[in-house]
Design a protein around this ligand. Structure first.
Ligand SMILES: [Fe+2]
Ligand SMILES: [Fe+2]
Length: 313
């Protein structure tokens, strides 16, 4: 039997589950709760205290989980009673689950649908709540890898910047999906090269560049092998390290607006977390170091978004 991980944050207490849940313990998958049962909140809290971040389910039941997740997200986002923190937690949990599943060679359409739903949900949470972007950015979570946290940040930021630049909603959601998936190709890096993700680009050696430049192509390839992924998303992913002056890995010069938005959000977020600098410093760097790479108007719009969302203080 094949097991796939899911974030515990996507399991809501006292809500009947439609699939069997497992935990991984001492190299074994053990049934934790059966389909048709509800999990009391104290049991979930106990797991959190034990720092268990993931449940597992069998590949056969992935479709059931996807339907379940779809309906709890829709319900939670509609409800004015659900606190913002819970909505963010749920949407972020869905995003992380989707990304992890899509990193696998055995990814299925269900995993892709989870990712799409997560991107849409993140956009909705952000649009409904003035504090949501700040919450997503400030999320302290040991349950997610740095790559996944970065993808969440980029997705959230793209949504806001896309809105500001007048991109229509369906395209914003495509950008959001692409943002969540843009770095799945990093899983193809040899173990010894994985640390490049944490290294500031300024410190890259020619060898580092040579190795790192393939990951957008690898991400795109992983998606292109899957017939259910739309070509627009694949192009956005493939071009996420490109810029308008053609100094990216593929040397593409003319990017679409949506590609520029994804590229600049990615560039910004990587600066902030690899160099541990403030948003203000990162914007200053973009203004100096990326002249000609991005339209100045776009850099300005990003700065505006960050300050409107209270991230520039
Ligand atoms: Fe990347
Ligand atoms: Fe990235």
């Amino acid at each position: 039997m094949e097991f796939i991980p899911l974030q515990i944050a996507t399991i809501i207490p006292n809500k009947k589950i439609t699939f069997d849940l497992y935990i991984h313990f001492k190299d074994q998958y053990i049934v934790y709760a059966q389909a048709g049962t509800k999990i009391p909140p104290e049991k979930l809290t106990k797991l959190a205290l034990q720092q268990i971040a993931r449940f597992y389910l069998t590949r056969e039941q992935e479709g059931l989980y996807q339907d379940f997740l779809d309906s709890i997200l829709t319900e939670a986002l509609k409800s004015s009673k659900t606190p913002l923190a819970e909505k963010v937690e749920l949407a972020a949990g869905a995003a992380a689950t989707g990304i992890e599943a899509m990193q696998s060679e055995q990814a299925t359409p269900a995993a892709y649908k989870i990712t799409q739903k997560a991107a849409k949900s993140l956009r909705e949470v952000i649009e409904q709540n003035p504090d949501a972007l700040k919450k997503i950015y400030g999320k302290q979570s040991d349950n997610m890898s740095e790559v996944i946290r970065h993808c969440l940040n980029v997705c959230a930021l793209c949504t806001k910047l896309g809105r500001k630049m007048g991109v229509e909603v369906t395209q914003i959601d495509e950008m959001g999906t692409a943002a969540l998936l843009h770095d799945i190709g990093l899983t193809k890096l040899a173990q010894k090269d994985r640390a490049l993700f944490q290294k500031p680009k300024k410190l890259f050696t020619p060898d580092d560049f040579r190795i790192y430049k393939f990951h957008p192509i690898d991400s795109a390839k992983m998606l292109a092998d899957r017939p259910y992924v739309t070509p627009d998303i694949i192009e956005l992913v493939r071009h996420h390290d490109e810029n308008n002056s053609g100094t990216g890995p593929l040397k593409i010069k003319k990017l679409t607006l949506n590609e520029c938005i994804l590229s600049i959000c990615n560039n910004y977020d990587k600066r902030v977390f690899t160099q541990k600098i403030t948003p203000k410093q990162a914007i200053k760097e973009l203004q100096i170091e990326e002249v000609g790479n991005y339209d100045l108007k776009l850099i300005k719009a990003l700065a505006q978004v960050l300050s409107e969302e209270g991230l520039m203080e």
